[in-house]
Design a protein around this ligand. Structure first.
Ligand code: GDL
Length: 538
């Protein structure tokens, strides 16, 4: 079974029993418990069948559950309704549409807060993509989503202005949908480009904006002060505060109090201006010192895009901010290199690192569906870090996204869209074929490799039944077809001893002008260019 995330402990029998849903589901009477079994109820209403008994067990950890599947009966003991919801999703994973195995699962997460920050530059996700993403998160046991798209003007440049009615309605729908999926919805705002921190009317405008979202049922807010000037900008602020950190801590504390007065369960998460370091900048220490303990502080690791976040890094930053960091993880985000898709698993964060964190949220790509390959691996890592194996997780994540039958083809596509900067252990395979050709001069294996690649887009379009995903990755499919066609042409020219195939270079240039996508880490284009240059010199 390809679990995703992998449960902490699962005993799965080889004996399978027919299962077409539950005809009766007994839950504690409160509405949250009723909501938690909806994934099962949807099946039951459709088909009828088994009885499921769901019980609250306060001795279990917050999101811990025990699941037992016996002949004709399902028992779920859960610490919270969210845990029961996760138990239902575990059950659905074991279901193949016809039967389920007898099994016993004991499960709980490694890290308390696991999720996604929609925090990239460039085209934000569509409303539909967000709704689907929230469902994905629920099904993968991720529990927190930060709404923070840099290019939503009302989030950043025009932070003072209320959302127009139509956008407010969409936001409301998202918030409700997140609730259905047991996902904590975090509304974030980035006022730091223009806010006069010391001005009380500015604070009123900030809280007015937040109040409108609070009224929609949100209790958690993000105050994002990243990517703004690193010095105080306004005279009034320079008179009031001794430093930027002082101003930010004061703003965060005031907002925290304002939220607490209205709801003691509220939660404020702050992204500092210096968010990538090991706690060295004086700003970070001062912010840590002055910011009240109940407020969370974000961190992207030692770099903006951190290939690795070690437990030493985490400990140092924790020491500086005097609390566990809330990690904003810049993978698989591609806004800084939009010509690439990052289709590999997350690596470089160990179980030891997670012990020092309060939360970890992944900042994904502008391509929501394609991001789910990496996000599935995050869900796995953050749920059961001790057992995390990037390759196992990667395969399971791809299989969950496109189905078991399309797995080999989609995996092949993902392999052409890795970036050695993130996963140096997995260079593109074509590199090996090119290097072999350079040493042996035998063109056949290289030709075979290009023939495989040139047919990949067609095979993928046939195998994958996910129109949104196919649309997102279209530029990369096209690019693969284009460059492999040219590469094959070049091999033909060499075979025919045409040593001046300059027209191929012109075609390559023409492709580049219309499609900037990079595949196979750019190896094929490089090979074409270098080979033609070498031929010209010979
Ligand atoms: C950043 C930005 C983020 C962007 C990312 C990658 C943070 C806190 N802020 O610095 O919006 O997507 O880099 O380009 O990471």
């Amino acid at each position: 079974m390809r679990w995703l995330p992998l449960p902490q402990k699962a005993e799965v029998s080889s004996e399978r029993l027919p299962f077409a849903g539950c005809h009766a589901i007994k839950t504690p009477p409160q509405p949250d418990w009723e909501r938690s079994v909806r994934p099962l109820r949807a099946l039951g209403e459709a088909y009828g069948g088994w009885t499921a008994f769901v019980e609250h067990d306060p001795s279990l950890p917050e999101e811990g559950y025990r699941l037992r599947v016996e002949n004709g009966r399902i028992y779920i003991h859960a610490g919270t309704p969210r845990a029961a919801f996760y138990a239902c999703h575990t059950l659905l994973q074991a279901w193949d549409g016809k039967s389920i195995p007898l099994m016993q699962v004991e499960d709980y997460p490694t890290l308390a807060w696991r999720g996604v920050v929609e925090g990239f530059y460039g085209k934000p996700w569509s409303h539909q993509a967000r709704l689907k993403m929230l469902e994905f998160m629920g099904a993968h046991k991720m529990n927190i989503y930060l709404y923070a798209p840099k290019d939503d003007p009302y989030h950043r440049e025009r932070w003072r202005e209320p959302y127009p009615a139509s956008e407010a309605a969409r936001l409301h729908e998202l918030i409700q949908h997140a609730r259905e999926q047991f996902v904590e919805f975090v509304f974030s705002i980035s006022p730091g480009l223009s806010m006069v921190y010391s001005d009380p009317t500015e604070f009123e405008q900030l809280t007015a904006k937040i109040e409108a979202v609070r009224q929609m049922g949100v209790r958690t807010f993000g105050l994002l002060l990243d990517d703004i000037p690193e010095e105080l900008q306004h005279e009034a602020d320079k008179r009031t505060y001794r430093s930027l950190a002082h101003a930010h801590a004061d703003l965060a504390n005031r907002l925290h109090h304002w939220l607490q007065e209205r709801d003691p369960n509220s939660w404020l998460i702050v992204c500092p201006t210096f968010y990538h370091n090991r706690g060295e900048p004086p700003y970070v220490r001062e912010l840590g010192e002055l910011t009240e303990r109940g407020i969370s502080i974000m961190w992207t690791g030692p770099k903006v895009v951190s290939r690795e976040i070690t437990h030493e890094d985490a400990e140092l930053f924790k020491l500086a901010i005097q609390r566990k960091p809330f990690v904003w993880d810049n993978y698989p985000v591609n806004d800084y290199e939009p010509s690439r898709l990052l289709m590999g698993p997350i690596t470089g964060r160990t179980a030891e690192t997670l012990k020092h964190l309060e939360a970890l949220v992944s900042n994904p790509m502008n391509q929501a569906e394609a991001s789910k390959v990496a996000l599935g691996t995050y869900a796995d890592l953050l749920w059961n870090a001790d057992a995390y194996d990037p390759r196992r997780s990667w395969h399971a994540s791809i299989a969950r996204l496109v189905g078991e039958e399309a797995l080999p083809t989609m995996l092949e596509f993902c392999k052409q869209n890795l970036w050695t900067r993130h996963w140096s252990e997995a260079p593109p395979e074509i590199q090996r074929y090119i290097e072999d050709w350079q040493t042996t001069g035998d063109a056949e294996p290289l030709r075979e490799a290009f023939l495989d690649l040139v047919s990949l887009p067609r095979r993928l379009r046939q195998a994958v039944n996910n129109p949104e995903l196919l649309e997102e990755i279209q530029p990369w499919l096209l690019r693969l077809e284009q460059v492999c066609t040219l590469a094959l042409e070049l091999l033909d020219e060499i075979e025919e001893e045409n040593l001046r195939p300059r027209h191929i270079l012109a075609q390559l240039e023409a492709i580049r002008e219309t499609n900037e996508a990079i595949v196979c880490d750019g190896w094929i284009e490089r090979w074409i260019r270098e080979t033609i240059e070498e031929l010209a010199e010979s």
